[in-house]
Ligand binder design. Structure first.
Ligand code: PRP
Length: 216
């Protein structure tokens, strides 16, 4: 009897494209055509769910998806612990404090006023560093905070730095390295550990080959 497909959550956006490319190079082909959010690969061994980045830990935590591709930033904000079976070579970014170019002067601030999507990280980071903060939650385009005067500072992910540069902002401090992990629901792992371990071995080999190919 054919086994049920492995259930896999992928985050919308940049990480999905890279993940699909890597999986495709391993012969796991699927597409989310016509705005479909669920797709099986051609072999029928994998079923993929296309979810909003910040919702991914919820789907894996509830066991709706057994596996997921997720950044350490999003995992931290979820407040949940997951087994991390693999760290991907792509998607690395830095969590940074940034502000308008040349304008930062902490001495005058009673508390750092910071706009961010990453409220848990920001509060915890500055709490650990005994620095008072006032955190304003935004859901995207965080760089507008200092530009429009909502707050002098932002805590956000910086990858190429293009968004900061384009908006006359600069990094004040790099706070943490962010990596992308393959996460798994613990109960799902127990039930499917042989297949999942084989899949993780295949991902490690496949990703090394994929990186070599891309460098050619
Ligand atoms: C992320 C992040 C920055 C940008 C950084 O935003 O929040 O805005 O990418 O990338 P860069 O350093 O390469 O310019 P995302 O594209 O996820 O969109 P969002 O602002 O709507 O969250």
């Amino acid at each position: 009897m054919k086994e049920q497909p492995l259930l896999f959550a992928l985050p919308k956006g940049r990480l999905m494209e890279k993940s699909r490319d890597l999986l495709g190079s391993m012969g796991i082909d699927f597409s989310f055509d016509n705005r479909k959010l669920v797709a099986d690969d051609k072999s029928g061994n994998y079923r993929f769910f296309l979810v909003k980045n910040s919702d991914l830990p919820t789907y894996v935590n509830h066991g709706i998806a057994g596996l997921g591709v997720c950044g350490s930033d999003v995992i931290y904000e979820s407040g949940k612990d997951f087994y991390k079976l693999h760290t991907f070579s792509y998607g690395s970014t830095k969590m940074c404090l940034a502000g308008l170019k040349g304008s930062h002067n902490f001495g005058n601030d009673a508390a750092l006023k910071i706009s961010t999507k990453f409220t848990r990280f920001t509060r915890d980071y500055y709490h650990r560093h005994n620095t008072p903060v006032e955190v304003i939650k935004l859901n995207g385009s965080v760089e507008l905070g200092p530009v429009l005067g909502l707050s002098p500072y932002i805590v956000d992910l910086v990858e190429t730095g293009n968004t900061l540069r384009a908006n006359n902002l600069e990094i004040i401090k790099e706070l943490e390295d962010i990596r992308v992990h393959l996460i798994v629901n613990p109960a799902y792992y127990k039930l499917n550990y042989k297949r999942i371990n084989k899949f993780v071995d295949d991902i490690k080999t496949g990703e090394a080959k994929w990186n070599l190919e891309r460098r050619k």
